[in-house]
Design a protein around this ligand. Structure first.
Ligand code: PMT
Length: 407
């Protein structure tokens, strides 16, 4: 590690809070800088004095800083950190974060943060598997929070199951890995290209062939990669999305334009085709509005270029990882696997679009992630931002395991 990384550790009220002291020792030994926030309930489990003794810095405790180390406010504190870690993350704290509450220093720093935030849950198994906590868990992942654990095991209350906090060593390993990978992405200048949205194939000046794709799924993916500091380009068909300025976006209308911009954006390391490209386009475009309905009746179509297939099969600048999406209403996985092979992809996201309340133009999606090596992960209907996170994680894991130069 080249520069000293700065960790802001938020300690909440749970019996596992005492393990934060071991983690701090591990971090300091590896030359991380550590500052702490101790919540009101965290203080019931460990003392400010223990934290001050270890970190040589008083824990921050109050939002308005009347009686503690108040040289730094909540905004500066969140900007100071390279990573924020909440340990233990209680069910109550997850619920607070999901609502976007900021009624104490810890929740305010988090809401104001522009850094990656890792939550380390610790709670009784019943609390963890409760649908409310599980909903909070998925929503928080959708917001971009990262989770470490929880693990299966015996809990302080004597019960057994999922909810036990990961050990300081496990947490430390995740932190080390996180910074190592971030450095690798930066050093290697990894580039990701994502196509999203529909294409429009104009028949005349006012009519076109298109579909209901909103571009949401592709945009959520672009945000995930961008958050990891990866150079990401979004090639977007016509949508009403309000895309953040931070995402490098190239707007296109037709499939031909999309292919053209894709080719110009190569080389990239990873290409992900989420776009619902119109399979056909009119053989002839007519300027102005066609008056004669007969002409529309005789409309002749031709096949559009297949962008995913181009990326999968090109000998010039083929991305290391080519990922397709496959929208299907029946025999979903079987048909998707066929596309994976035919278009020479490394991975395909098979997408059930049989119902109106997920898939096209919805905040929800229902997918399986199918790897060319046969691995398959199936997901129930979930929010697109949550699925974007799991898809990005699978793609990056594949990329990292395939790229020997990164290991
Ligand atoms: O945009 P949203 O409203 O968020 O909806 C998301 C989605 C449902 C559009 C998305 O999740 C999805 O499934 N995208 C793929 C849609 C599609 O066109 O699937 P397909 O099975 O027809 O195509 C298979 C693959 O080939 C896709 O990766 C597609 O981008 C690509 N393709 C298809 C035709 C073509 N001419 N060029 C292509 O690149």
């Amino acid at each position: 590690m080249r520069t000293k990384k700065k960790i802001l550790l938020i300690i909440c009220g749970g019996i596992a809070a005492y393990k934060s002291l071991d983690l701090i020792r591990l971090l300091l030994r590896k030359k991380y800088e550590v500052k702490t926030i101790l919540t009101k309930s965290g203080k019931k489990f460990i003392t400010p004095l223990s934290l001050t003794t270890l970190t040589k810095d008083k824990p921050y405790q109050n939002l308005f800083g009347a009686n503690d180390n108040s040289k730094i406010d909540h905004i500066s504190l969140s900007r100071w950190a390279d990573m924020i870690l909440v340990l233990p993350t209680t069910a109550n704290f997850m619920s607070k974060l999901n609502k976007g509450m900021c009624n104490d220093l810890a929740s305010t720093v988090i809401l104001a943060s522009n850094k990656d935030i890792f939550l380390v849950p610790a709670m009784n198994v019943r609390m963890w598997i409760h649908p409310a906590t599980q909903k909070n868990y998925k929503d928080l992942i959708g917001y971009g929070y990262k989770f470490i654990g929880p693990e299966n095991g015996e809990m302080a209350c004597g019960e057994y199951g999922k909810g036990k906090m990961s050990s300081p060593r496990q947490i430390f390993a995740v932190i080390q890995n996180y910074f190592r990978n971030k450095n690798k992405f930066k050093e290697k200048k990894i580039k990701v290209l994502i196509t999203a949205g529909p294409t429009r194939e104009y028949i005349d000046s006012v009519r076109f062939i298109s579909n209901e794709s909103s571009g949401k799924q592709g945009y959520e993916l672009a945000k995930c990669f961008k958050k990891l500091g990866i150079d990401t380009t979004l090639i977007l068909g016509p949508t009403s999305l309000d895309v953040e300025d931070e995402i490098k976006t190239k707007n296109v209308i037709s499939a031909d334009q999309m292919l053209d911009v894709v080719k110009k954006s190569l080389p990239v390391d990873i290409a992900i085709c989420v776009a619902a490209v119109s399979d056909f386009k009119p053989l002839k475009f007519q300027n102005g509005k066609i008056k004669n309905s007969k002409t529309l009746k005789n409309l002749k179509l031709e096949k559009n270029p297949d962008i995913l297939e181009y990326l999968g099969k090109t000998n010039k600048n083929r991305p290391k990882i080519v990922v397709g999406f496959s929208a299907e209403t029946q025999n979903i996985d079987k048909n998707s696997e066929e596309k994976l092979r035919n278009k020479n992809c490394d991975m395909i996201i098979s997408n059930d679009v049989s119902k109106k309340n997920f898939g096209f133009n919805s905040d929800f999606n229902k997918i399986s992630i199918i790897d060319s090596n046969g691995k398959k992960l199936k997901f129930n209907k979930n929010k697109k931002n949550y699925l974007a996170y799991v898809i990005a994680r699978e793609i990056l894991n594949k990329f990292l395991s395939d790229d020997k130069s990164l290991n």
